[in-house]
Design a protein around this ligand. Structure first.
Ligand code: SF4
Ligand code: SF4
Length: 124
């Protein structure tokens, strides 16, 4: 885990992204989605660093996917550092963020609260 890359504006975990060998994270503007990312554009216009700092319950852009939505909800509740702590702990337990392509153990959920619980406990 490259903790220093942190979490992208949308809630995706740059620190664990399989692209992060060649991409320096959301703030580097090297993300393949950089030029059309709705969450990046909107949060920059609002003058906030991340969607989790936004008061709206929003499903725009990547927030229509359960993983960035749940990570964003988690950070609204517990903060970014706590999310990074949990992701680091879960990695030690063998939980994989990107197992195949851009999907992994945090993607196989239909219920956002169950995913938040999984982030906290590392158990399902
Ligand atoms: S590709 Fe996107 S999600 Fe992955 S490290 Fe780069 S900015 Fe982050
Ligand atoms: S409205 Fe949606 S996309 Fe825009 S900053 Fe808020 S959460 Fe992000």
């Amino acid at each position: 885990m490259k903790r220093e890359l942190g979490i992208a504006r949308c809630g995706l975990a740059c620190c664990l992204c399989s692209e992060n060998q060649k991409c320096g994270g959301c703030g580097s503007n090297e993300c393949p989605d950089n030029d059309w990312c709705e969450n990046k554009k909107c949060s920059m216009e609002k003058g906030i660093t991340h969607c989790y700092k936004c008061k709206e319950d929003c499903k725009k852009g990547l927030l229509n996917k359960i993983k960035p939505y749940a990570f964003t909800l988690f950070m609204k509740r517990y903060g970014e550092e706590k999310l990074l702590d949990c992701l680091a702990e879960n990695e030690k337990k063998g939980i994989v963020y990107h197992r195949e392509g851009i999907t992994g153990d945090y993607d196989d959920f239909d219920d956002v609260e169950q995913l938040v619980e999984f982030i906290v406990t590392g158990k399902r």
